[in-house]
Design a protein around this ligand. Sequence first.
Ligand code: UDP
Ligand code: MG
Length: 304
Amino acid sequence: MLTVIIPAYNEADNILITSETICQILEDNQIEYELIFIDDGSKDDTFEKIKCANQLMQNIKGYKFSRNFGKEMAISAGLNFSKGECCAVLDCDLQHPPEILVDMYNKWLEGYKIIEGIKVNRGKEPVIYKFFSKIFYNIIYKLTKLDLCNSSDFKLLDRQVVDIIKKMPERRPFFRAMSFWCGFKSTKMEYEVKERKYGMTKWNFQGLFRYALSNITSFSSAPLQIVTILGVIFMILSAYLGSVTLYKYFMGAAVEGFSTVILLLLIMGGALMTSLGTIGYYIGKIYDEIKLRPKYIIEDQINA
Ligand code: UDP
Ligand code: MG
């Protein structure tokens, strides 16, 4: 059986069309399936629409979060509730073409454990987003050697991989990279990002920036090493400046440069604060982890 996991946040208009489209395609191809909607604390009547969909098609299940916990948590919950021998994740807005699911499923039958959806285009997106996403993927690649360029959360995973991801306890999961990290026999499948069916994207620049920062620090401690390197560079520089000043002092040349002193103080202050901030960010993440709060709260469920 194939479990299809669909995170949904304020997607009331998309639920019925998305579920109908997916069910139709899977039934036409005689694939046994269950469809799990995770309502990520929507403020509109997304959950009521999931109930309607469930009345039309029995294989549809729904879980509702008590508030918005974010897409990563919704995927996490979907994986936890999944029963299939393989699980696929796709968006609720039909931007991930459901026809590809069948090809992914066939690849799984061939023995692949991870089938990655790779975007051939990035859809309608501001140029600045494209620019920063490139930088983000480059940094991730440099620091972790995970090539996530044009990857997405659209993928199909074997039960073995799902069980491993389920055991990862992190409170800020990065699904895209976590499946990569597992290894196994995997393949890529290209798809074209369609236009969103109804509604608007949930992302804004600030959200994306936070997402990028959180994911980079989740997968690499390199920023902490950069801080150390920065410290060493400053020490070498100050040793050099110190010896030059001392030399001048003994040669009888007056030590000048009040503004240099101020400038150096400012640079050092800035470097120290950045370093402290970086360390603080990691400590904050550790604090988040050790609190051991539940990852999400289920308020209601349908057909579970
Ligand atoms: N989503 C979610 N929780 C959120 C934000 C988004 O579950 O806090 C879901 C959303 O309903 C959709 C998917 O994640 O199914 C992708 O969101 P969106 O289409 O806004 O992102 P984009 O396609 O623009 O990257
Ligand atoms: Mg979308």
